[in-house]
Design a binder for this molecule. Structure first.
Ligand SMILES: Nc1nc2c(c(=O)[nH]1)N[C@H]1C(S)=C(S)[C@@H](COP(=O)(O)O)O[C@H]1N2
Ligand SMILES: [Mo]
Length: 562
């Protein structure tokens, strides 16, 4: 492929994901000590000054709930405590989120900083004060050094393209991360899971209880987790949107990962609690960290229907690819909901509550909404959005990359992933070299093994005759014969969720099986002139004076005489 590659990877690969050049690659641009100078009093716009909330001692008022559970403040059970945090937040005017959709996406890694979220934590203070710094430290300890950090805090990151599909099972340090807050640090020995609400016999189970094979058989599944924001950058490139309170991280194709998860089926755990009381139909899942929305604090709460649990498709997992869960992926216990958007796979799980109807938690019912294309800021209401649950069929080309120069001999090697949610799986992957008229099927032996709840990685030797700029497209057909919308525009939505349209990339094709091209490329080599960048003028004549004159001897001149 491209001559600038080192060990098959480019050091500046991430810039290609965003179409930008990298700059610092530093640890983030903001000194958090600047908090006092940035945060202003909401009313007088001067730096924060004394107020009634000064009597609140955040260290005692917002104390962590249990010893050994660092990063867990219980909010859901204590409305007064939430009101006090809201009082503290209300003192300040926070800076607006950065504009990166109508302007340009910053050329740094971390790409976005999350200053507002950092300041919210500082404003409540107490045990939340150091959460942004502590979380970033865990990112650096647990994730691959080549991660593309889309948002420093709450941490959102994806692997570089060349590593995303290098293996059909994603190595833990390369698995994408999507957080809504800090990363708790919970002592497994002190941990317990609370099951309450409409369960017959509410219980508290320690990790040792859950791991006791006399109580619960182990279950291990290969499951792909896909964030509904995957490939969002294509929607952003088309039109700006908004949707959720969280900065809409400009994800490329890497917000998807596949792991062998091990734990126990939630169905078995509920059975151990005597099952559900009549009328209970949903399980509300609680994550330990603090989530901010509209100057209110809460824990991370979503729900799954009991029918999904009954099918043994909701796993309580403590192992990821044979290793204990990394802190960043939910240690000591997380949920893995097969075939649903990632948002339901709650990390740092501490409570499961049986309820009658889907959770009213904002992540469940007020975000992750899928709107009609004409809905936006001017006319949006939450109830118009479909709550996203199962992911539709999707796919992506991971090599070559958009705007790549591909030098080939009539056969282009193209690689990627394909996935379908809801217990459907890719049956056929098709690649087009011409923008979507002609489709070549990926030979079945070039697809990774079929699993009910996992993606398939694939590669194809694509016949490509044409040269110059071409549009490569991929689409997948799942086992229900669903396929993907044709263009981003076909399914663009205000929340910038579920970019499942056919993935299109532009490549510059140089076909050396053509005699003239082969000769030209040899000339570049002979003259010691690099072919790239494409836009640099060729530094040697592309036709000899002789050939040029000969042509005019045998052809009509430019103009015709009547
Ligand atoms: N407690 C908690 N669980 C969470 C989240 C979170 O922010 N907090 N993010 C969710 C979202 S939106 C996704 S896509 C997945 C990502 O899982 P991963 O970070 O392990 O890849 O976790 C989900 N579980
Ligand atoms: Mo997500």
């Amino acid at each position: 492929m491209s001559p600038t590659m080192e060990n098959g990877r480019r050091p500046d690969e991430w810039k290609l994901e965003q179409g930008l050049a990298p700059k610092d690659g530093g640890l983030g641009s903001h000194d958090l000590a600047t908090f006092e100078s940035i945060a202003q009093c909401k009313y007088c716009h001067r730096p924060k000054h004394s107020s009634p909330s000064d009597d609140i001692d955040p260290y005692t008022t917002f104390a962590e709930e249990h010893p050994g559970w660092h990063g867990y403040i219980e909010w859901e059970k204590y409305p007064e405590k939430r009101a006090q945090a809201a009082l503290l937040l209300a003192q300040y005017k926070f800076p607006p989120p950065p504009e990166f959709q109508l302007g340009t996406i910053p050329d740094t890694n971390p790409v976005l900083d999350g200053l507002r979220w950092k300041l919210w934590h500082k404003a409540v203070g107490g045990p939340l004060m150091d959460v942004p710094e502590e979380s970033w430290k865990i990112v650096l300890e647990e994730k691959h050094p080549d991660m593309l950090h889309l948002l420093q805090f709450p941490y959102n990151g994806e692997p570089p393209k060349s590593l995303t599909t290098a293996e059909p099972i994603t190595p833990n340090p390369l698995h994408f991360v999507r957080n809504h807050g800090g990363i708790p640090d919970i002592d497994a020995e002190k941990f317990f899971l609370e099951l309450d609400g409409l369960v017959k016999n509410p219980k508290k189970l320690s990790l040792a209880d859950l791991q006791n094979e006399e109580l619960f058989p182990r279950q291990s599944n290969l499951v792909t987790i896909q964030c509904s924001g995957t490939r969002r950058i294509e929607q952003i490139a088309e039109y700006a949107g908004e949707g959720d309170e969280m900065i809409n991280a400009p994800w490329a194709e890497g917000a998807i990962g596949t792991a062998q998860w091990m734990g126990v089926s939630l169905k078995k755990v509920l059975k151990h609690c005597g099952g559900l009381v009549d009328g209970a139909k949903h399980l509300e899942l609680y994550g330990a960290e603090t989530y901010f929305k509209h100057e209110q604090v809460q824990n991370y709460v979503v729900s799954v229907p009991f029918s999904k649990v009954k099918a043994n498709e909701v796993l309580l997992a403590w192992e990821m690819n044979g290793k204990p869960l990394p802190k960043i992926h939910g240690f000591p216990l997380r949920v893995v909901v097969f075939g649903y958007i990632g948002a339901r796979s709650v990390k740092w799980l501490y409570r499961i509550k049986a309820i009658k109807s889907p959770s009213r938690g904002p992540v469940q019912s007020k975000e992750y909404l899928y709107f009609n294309g004409q809905i936006g800021k001017h006319n949006q209401s939450m109830t118009q959005g479909i709550q996203i649950q199962e992911m539709p069929v999707s796919s992506a080309i991971m090599s070559p990359w958009n705007k790549d120069v591909v030098i080939h001999n009539g056969i282009m090697n193209v690689k990627g992933w394909a996935y379908s949610g809801g217990g459907r799986w890719p049956e056929r992957v098709e690649v087009s070299p011409d923008g979507g008229f002609v489709w070549y099927a990926v030979p079945l032996e070039n697809l990774s093994k079929k699993h009910k709840f996992a993606w398939r990685t694939w590669h194809i030797d694509l016949p490509v005759d044409a040269e110059g700029w071409l549009e490569l497209v991929v689409r997948c057909w799942d086992n229900s014969l669903n396929t993907q919308p044709t263009f981003v525009r076909s399914a663009w939505n205000w929340g910038l969720h579920v970019t499942s349209s056919c993935h299109r990339i532009k490549v510059y094709s140089v076909n050396t099986s053509k005699e003239a091209t082969r000769k030209r490329m040899m000339e570049f080599e002979r003259n010691g002139v690099p072919f790239e960048p494409l836009t640099r003028p060729t530094e040697f004549p592309t036709q000899s004076e002789d050939d040029y004159e000969k042509f005019w001897e045998t052809h009509d001149p430019r103009d015709v005489e009547e």
